[in-house]
Design a protein. Structure first.
Lengths: 436, 278
């Protein structure tokens, strides 16, 4: 049985194409039903996010299945296949397994290590399970992918450092202050990035947010949003003494905060550290502030630099993740291979033959006075019993080969007769969302 | 080889293993290694306790009369104090800095002559263990302050220059390091003070005078003033962060000289020669 992946992602298709082939998350019943109705498709699943649309399927006929899936994607959305084709990729067998493991571990994401993709795949799997378009193989496959993703998350630091400017600011503040719970943030001016950072600080438990703006109404509005306090723009230097973190993004052409003033403030604060985040261009705060003891000043470029180095860290961690995935692919691929009918029949036969040999030896050593003729008769008898017993199971297995149920039979035979199949670790576990 | 030397050598090996594991943790970011290192260090500490006790029983006096004994005792108090801090802060990176120091002390100790000798009868006083335990514990606490100071400066440099090495991700926040510095000061200073006072009291009962300006006493007093200045600066002027870290480092260097320099290079009642009664 083959695992097939056909799809497109931000690597291969621009957003104009991606939005046209996206499946609405609220109406998955119809496309899923049409997907498994395809003649070459045994089991099927659809993943659709803003960055990727992918079809996962199992099939006995890899070539045919890939062709049908491509056609399905084009036809379903009414796009000419010729137009769509150049954006599509397809994987089969080991490649397909690697691809899905990488996607769910967020190695294929636009921002490596971002956490949403795993949840999105879980949702996609939830729909497929609800509409019963997944069977033994995709069930195991997806659960395996989830556990691989979890392993990657816990064993590497792929998601541990901030990769956005506003989160990077919060992380730096933690490095300086430790806990943020008793800290006060002053927001000078307004701006999307600045407000976003203020929100992150609030979510990380800062005690108070103060807002100032040249237009006081604006300040009041923002302050209400953050449940903070608005202060008149001209008064803000008076409040600096009580402020630990200062976010600025005004449109002022000159520095609104000079090194002299900060030196004075920090002395009043008994040198308790201050963290300045200057997102404005042109800058609001004199860069010399960074040279003052216990003052830390980051401008927009500095924060971008932190983000870049964090991204580099993530890429380093991604290498570790690839190694984990390679390990897991091997295991899963062996289990998948064991589902083939012919090797199973051979294994079943040799298992019974082994039992027969063992029992014969025991019997013959107890009955030493048996003649050659009797011995041959007993051997023939036992061989005939085994052939008769195996006849029906063999027939069923061979017939079921081309149906979805076939894998179930193979799996059952392996379990019932204890024919060791290298199984992917553990049994199928219920979906848990606890790790999100 | 007597039992305590054997124990000493095993302790040394355990500290070596712990150091390697801690460094693997911090440099290669394998947290499991740090946990294993902590286990080894704890085992090493237990053996070290046994080393000190057996040495005491074999020699019949508190074992700080020569270089070998002194550095071993220093390392012992250092690791002990580290575990006290570990209870509160749980920082394996602190271990990664303290453990190598303890190891260096042990290596110095293993290179020094280990023979127990006839000692000055004056040491046969219960003031002796009191005095040295207080003084050594103070030293150990200030060593932790030194380590926190070094970590603070490293981290501060990275935050200011905006260039981050791998170590950055393992270092605790500046605030934590500064609070360790402060904590060490508030614990170490009273210990050191009591160490000096108990020494003076003992000197009075032994020699009939509290203070003789022997080099050790002089240097201890210099070190004491340094730490007193830092404590005063912290409490009243609000010295903290970088300045406090630098002070803790200078204080430690002074303390090292008081510990090693005076005993080895200068003569006086505290030199090992005098202690051994020669």
């Amino acid at each position: 049985m083959n695992i097939i992946v056909v799809g497109l992602s931000h690597h291969t298709a621009p957003v104009e194409i991606r939005e046209r082939v996206a499946f609405a998350p609220t109406a998955m019943a119809k496309p899923l039903a049409e997907l498994v109705a395809l003649s070459a498709v045994t089991e099927g699943l659809i993943v659709s996010t803003c960055n990727r649309v992918e079809l996962y399927a199992t099939s006995r006929d890899a070539e045919g299945c890939i062709a049908q899936l491509r056609r399905f994607l084009a036809d379903y959305h009414g796009i000419p296949l010729e137009e769509l084709e150049k954006h599509l990729y397809d994987y089969r067998g080991e490649e397909a397994i690697r691809h899905v493991f990488r996607v769910s571990s967020s190695l294929d994401s636009m921002v490596i290590g971002e956490p949403q993709i795993l949840g999105q795949i879980k949702t996609a799997y939830g729909y497929a399970a609800e509409f019963k378009t997944v069977g033994l193989i995709l069930n195991r496959f997806l659960h395996k992918a989830f556990s691989v993703a979890k392993r990657v998350r816990t064993e590497t630091e792929i998601a541990s450092n901030a990769v956005s400017v506003s989160f990077a600011a919060v992380e730096l503040a933690r490095k300086i202050f430790g806990t943020l719970t008793d800290k006060t943030v002053l927001l000078i001016g307004a701006g999307e990035m600045c407000e976003l950072a203020a929100k992150h600080f609030l979510n990380n438990g800062v005690a108070q947010v103060m807002v100032t703006n040249r237009t006081f109404e604006r300040a009041e509005k923002l302050a209400a949003e953050f449940k903070g306090k608005a202060i008149p723009f001209d008064d803000f230097p008076l409040h600096l003494q009580r402020v630990d973190i200062i976010l600025t993004s005004t449109g002022a052409p000159n520095f609104i905060l000079g090194a002299k003033k900060v030196e004075e403030v920090i002395r009043q604060r008994k040198y308790k550290p201050m963290f300045f985040i200057d997102i404005a261009v042109p800058r609001d705060i004199d860069p010399k502030v960074n040279d003052i003891d216990n003052c830390y000043l980051y401008d927009v470029d500095d924060l971008q630099g932190v983000v870049q180095s964090n991204l580099k860290e993530r890429h380093k961690e991604a290498k570790k993740a690839e190694a984990i995935i390679e390990q897991e692919i091997g295991q899963f691929f062996r289990w998948l291979g064991s589902l083939d009918v012919v090797p199973t029949i051979v294994a079943l036969r040799s298992k019974l033959e082994e039992i027969r040999r063992g029992e014969l030896e025991k019997t013959f050593s107890n009955l030493k006075d048996l003649g050659d003729k009797e011995r041959r008769a007993i051997e023939a008898l036992t061989a005939a019993i085994i052939n008769k017993v195996l006849h029906q199971p063999t027939k069923v297995l061979k017939q079921a080969q081309d149906e979805a149920a076939g894998d179930g039979y193979v799996d059952a035979v392996r379990a019932l007769f204890d024919i060791s199949a290298p199984s992917p670790e553990g049994d199928i576990q219920p979906l848990d969302d606890s790790d999100e | 080889m007597t039992l305590n030397i054997l124990l000493f050598k095993i302790t040394l090996l355990l500290y070596l293993g712990a150091t390697v594991l801690y460094l693997v943790d911090v440099l290669l970011r394998k947290e499991l290694a740090g946990k294993a290192g902590r286990g080894l260090l704890l085992a090493g500490f237990a053996l070290h306790c046994a080393t000190i006790v057996t040495r005491y029983l074999e020699a019949g006096y508190t074992p700080v009369t020569n270089l070998h004994e002194s550095v071993s005792f220093f390392a012992w108090t250092l690791v002990g104090i580290y575990f006290l801090f570990d209870l509160r802060y749980r920082l394996s990176v602190l271990g990664a800095f303290v453990c190598p120091l303890a190891l260096v002390l042990m290596v110095v100790g293993s290179a020094a002559p280990k023979v127990a000798q006839e000692i000055n009868p004056m040491l046969d006083s219960w003031w002796f263990p009191v005095h040295v335990t207080l003084a050594f514990s103070g030293n150990a606490v200030f060593t932790v302050a030194f380590v926190a100071g070094v970590m603070y400066l490293l981290q501060e440099r990275m935050l200011k220059s905006k260039k981050f090495s791998g170590l950055y991700h393992r270092l605790p926040s500046l605030q934590t390091l500064d609070s360790i510095n402060y904590k060490c000061l508030t614990i170490g200073f009273p210990l050191m003070t009591m160490g000096i006072v108990s020494g003076a009291v003992w000197a009075n009962s032994a020699w009939g005078g509290y203070w003789r300006w022997d080099p050790k006493e002089t240097w201890a007093l210099v070190t004491w003033f340094l730490y007193a200045a830092l404590l005063h600066g912290r409490l009243t002027i609000g010295w903290r962060g970088r300045r406090a870290a630098i002070f803790a480092i200078i204080g430690f260097l002074c303390l090292l000289f008081t510990f090693f320099g005076v005993n080895l290079f200068l003569s006086g009642e505290h030199s090992f020669k005098a202690l051994s009664g020669q």
